[in-house]
Ligand binder design. Structure first.
Ligand code: GLC
Length: 404
């Protein structure tokens, strides 16, 4: 790839992150999109920190400092922090808490911390943030797994970060085709129900929606492995062992409960009923090395590269073209998002699929160059859709280093 092209994409990415930066109460954070998403979001901030670590580790640390500043007493880190409310933008969701939401998002925090540490070796920052990490991951391992099944549940589709994904249609009682409005109404209903039990995860919320999602658990496994490394660096041997053991146990249970016909399926309810809807989630176990090389091979050959499934010139759609819910323009129901591409890209590298990883990177670049920093891209035409000046495209910077 042209050196100049990389240089320009890097510059544009940094410019966008700076333009979306805000400050409040001594903290700094980055908006995913000033017009559509004018707040701080959990996994977005982890993505921002990952990208910022390529430009300024101090800014990356500050992004995470603001994120953990609103951690709840029980360890949960909310998926949204309002800082300033903007009338008319997502303020219609009654999260039931002041200034923040009451749910979380895929646990990418340890990954972001470690990436910063690998760049600047600043152990003081790791020490500073360790207790936030410890309490957040302990919250997930305990409160989200009350029966000690060694797999964690999410309580609302929004906790997956893929708000309208068809993976959640079944658990919410929706057909594969329905309107955004119908979907939103179901999610708001869930929040209302959870409010009635004051957001008590172990004993109440699991009654309404209790999906053990493949990407959430894969991301947890990867982050627990990293957290174990972090604890080890800080000479906290017991913690290091505990988090490592948990990552191994979750991997085992994922293999036992989710894997069928070469695919890891999200499961729900106490009896782990499989949700057989093909979304990009089937590739997420590769991010955490939860699948074997043979299984990864099947995923790549039969699904990632198969034009009737996820393949084709523009890649990777968030839902398989063969699935009845597939809609190239539907929110999380087909279009390409750069963050999901990033997860798949990293997963492919874990198994040595260099050419396939390169293809994902090049397709991501093509989409950004054609349509700009948009939220999603039509999976048939590449047309940009949704939020503008959306930061996830900047993850491209984190794909430059590995594959030329
Ligand atoms: C949308 C996405 C979610 C993201 C948020 C802010 O709701 O579905 O994953 O965190 O926007 O970018």
């Amino acid at each position: 790839m042209e050196k100049l092209q990389i240089k320009k994409l890097k510059e544009d990415s940094y410019k966008l992150l700076l333009a979306n930066r805000r400050e409040k109460d001594g903290f700094q954070y980055t908006l995913p999109s000033p017009t559509s998403y004018p707040y701080q979001w959990f996994w977005d901030s982890c993505f921002h920190a990952i990208v910022l670590s390529h430009f300024s580790c101090e800014d990356a640390k500050n992004e995470l400092r603001s994120l953990v500043s609103k951690q709840f007493g029980n360890g949960l880190i909310p998926h949204m922090i309002y800082w300033r409310t903007v009338k008319g933008v997502i303020d219609e969701i009654p999260w039931g808490k002041d200034g923040t939401s009451s749910i979380t998002q895929p646990p990418m925090l340890a990954y972001a911390v470690w990436q910063i540490f690998e760049k600047d070796k600043d152990i003081a920052f790791v020490k500073e943030i360790y207790s936030n990490l410890y309490h957040f991951y302990r919250y997930l391992l305990n409160e989200r797994d009350p029966h000690k099944h060694n797999i964690v549940g999410i309580i609302n589709p929004d906790e997956s970060g893929e708000d309208n994904s068809p993976r959640f249609d079944g658990p919410m009682g929706l057909p594969p085709q329905h309107t955004l409005k119908e979907n939103f109404a179901k999610r708001v209903e869930l929040i209302k129900k959870n409010k009635t039990c004051d957001f008590d995860a172990p004993f109440c919320m699991k009654e309404f929606f209790w999906v053990k999602d493949v990407p959430f658990n894969s991301i947890l496994v990867k982050n627990l492995k990293i957290l174990s490394q972090i604890a080890d660096k800080l000479d906290l041997k017991e913690d290091a062992l505990y988090f490592l053991e948990k990552s191994i146990k979750i991997t085992e249970v994922m293999r036992d409960k989710m894997l069928e016909d070469d695919i890891f399926w999200s499961v729900y309810k106490e009896d782990h009923k499989k949700i057989r809807v093909k979304t990009w989630a089937i590739f997420s176990p590769m991010f955490a090395e939860v699948c074997t090389k043979d299984e990864a091979n099947i995923l790549v050959k039969n699904y990632l590269e198969n034009p009737d499934e996820f393949g084709g010139k523009l890649t990777t759609p968030t839902v398989a073209r063969s699935d009845p819910s597939y809609d190239p323009k539907g929110f999380w129901r087909g279009p390409i998002w750069i963050a999901t591409n990033w997860f798949i890209y990293k997963g492919l590298l874990n198994y040595g699929f260099l050419d396939e990883a390169k293809k994902i990177k090049e397709s991501s670049i093509e989409l950004i160059e054609k349509s700009g920093f948009r939220e999603q891209f039509n999976s048939d035409t590449g047309e940009g859709m949704g939020a503008e000046n959306f930061t996830w495209g900047t993850l491209i910077v984190d794909m430059f280093e590995n594959v030329e």
